[in-house]
Design a protein. Structure first.
Length: 179
């Protein structure tokens, strides 16, 4: 799903959480799980892929074009979710449950919307062990040549279009360019 899609769904889920629970802390935990979970993309970008251009438009295009050499994404993993669920169950910590609610929403939306841009099994992609078994290799784990909007906010809210789809007017088709 696009970052903007995650932002919108997270705002709705967080507002609903605040309304139902009356708790700003729980609503904030949903924000961390639903949107800020994507901080692992930034971590991969800087630490594993050694990218230094921190302009938001460059960072966004890097991911939307599928140029990441290494795709580690520690926070996007079934294994972490299982561990956190066990911890939440054991401790009964409401903030952790709220984080997990937002994070599960995020991951399910990723699965629903990212399946066409991942060349292999989208469910398996969200396993840390699966990505590790493939050496976290971005070329193997993600597709390239996606149509990406040329303007930042369009890209932020609409994401990519699969290679074999007809791009919208605002999209530029990038053909397997390793840029």
């Amino acid at each position: 799903m696009s970052p903007g899609g995650h932002a919108v769904t997270t705002v709705v889920a967080s507002a609903a959480t605040a309304y139902v629970s009356g708790s700003l802390a729980l609503a904030s935990a949903v924000v961390f799980g639903g949107f800020l979970i994507d901080v692992d993309h930034a971590f991969d970008y800087v630490v594993f892929n050694r990218q230094r251009d921190l302009h938001p438009s460059v960072f966004l295009r890097y991911y939307l074009e599928g140029r990441a050499t290494l795709v580690v994404l520690v926070l996007h993993s079934w294994e972490l979710f299982a561990f956190l669920t066990a911890m939440a169950w054991w401790t009964g910590w409401a903030l952790l449950w709220a984080y997990l609610g937002g994070a599960v929403m995020h991951l399910l939306l990723d699965i629903a919307f990212n399946g066409e841009v991942l060349p292999k099994n989208v469910f398996a992609f969200y396993s840390f062990a699966y990505r590790a078994a493939h050496g976290f290799n971005g070329v193997t784990l993600q597709s390239r040549g996606r149509a990406v909007p040329t303007k930042f906010w369009s890209a932020f809210f609409s994401g990519t279009v699969p290679r074999n789809s007809k791009p919208r007017k605002s999209h530029k088709l990038l053909r397997d360019s390793p840029r």
